[in-house]
Design a binder for this molecule. Structure first.
Ligand code: ADP
Ligand code: ADP
Length: 229
């Protein structure tokens, strides 16, 4: 079942005489419960696409549907509610609050969400049950990113959008982070889209979408997705 459908999605950045077509007519469907990886060279439009689908940015033209809802017809206020209720975000940098423990960083979200999981459950999902009272400075980069993932999923979003979550990590640590995302996708059924250069993820994703110059160059479907261990 489709969760996102884009039609002729186009984003043009203008500054003075210079025009950059970050997205140039993207038509794609993302499916409920799937994990999709977005690949492509730097500047090919991946972040722009993720930001528009996540309601952080709006296109120059074209449309995005989220189920029966047209995101591209939403007001600023509706987009804010959409992000709050439906989307979890993970970025390259973890943005944890240094003076709070892992548990407290996640609790900041669970205290205000409508039907959250407990911080213990969220941290357990990313295998950090034994790090709950650690402060960010006491954890490795991979652990901090997994706290950020726990924080993103604690409100039980339908959609998890991850922009280079492994960008600041070595490839071995990055794989642990990607495996945590695959486990969440598997166990919670959260529709997940991940921008990453880490080749290892390709086998555990349902679909791999390659961007080139603001267009989709290729979509690869994994018939037999490798389950995270
Ligand atoms: P990717 O995520 O694949 O690296 P981006 O979506 O970040 O690509 O960028 C696509 C293109 O749009 C690039 O040429 C980039 O320089 C340009 N771009 C992105 N954001 C902005 C912005 N805020 N203002 C101007 N140009 C931008
Ligand atoms: P990595 O090998 O992944 O870079 P580190 O060597 O920095 O990680 O840390 C290894 C383990 O020790 C981590 O699980 C981390 O939680 C713990 N740790 C690191 N520094 C501290 C500290 N100052 N206090 C408590 N635990 C720490």
């Amino acid at each position: 079942k489709a969760i996102f459908r884009t039609r002729e999605l186009t984003k043009i950045y203008r500054s003075g005489d210079v025009e950059v077509r970050a997205l140039n007519g993207v038509d794609i469907t993302l499916y409920e419960g799937e994990m999709t990886v977005l690949l492509g060279p730097s500047g090919s439009g991946k972040s722009t696409f993720l930001n528009i689908v996540g309601g952080l940015d709006t296109p120059t033209s074209g449309s995005v549907h989220f189920g029966d809802e047209e995101l591209t017809a939403y007001s600023e206020r509706q987009l804010t509610r959409y992000r709050r209720d439906h989307v979890g975000f993970v970025f390259q940098f973890y943005n944890l609050i240094p003076s709070l423990t892992a548990w407290e960083n996640v609790a900041l979200v669970t205290e205000v969400a409508r039907d959250p999981m407990s911080p213990d459950e969220a941290l357990g999902m990313v295998d950090l049950g034994d790090r709950m009272t650690h402060f960010p400075a006491q954890m490795s980069g991979g652990e901090q990113q997994r706290v950020a993932i726990a924080r993103a999923i604690a409100k039980r979003p339908e959609v998890l959008l991850c922009d280079e979550p492994t960008g600041a990590l070595d490839s071995k640590t990055g794989i642990l982070v990607l495996e945590a995302l695959a486990k969440i996708n598997d166990e919670l059924g959260t529709t997940t889209a991940v921008i990453t250069h880490n080749a290892a993820i390709q086998a555990i994703a349902h679909r791999v979408v390659s961007f080139i110059d603001g267009k989709i160059a290729q979509i690869k479907t994994n018939e037999t997705r490798i389950r995270p261990s």
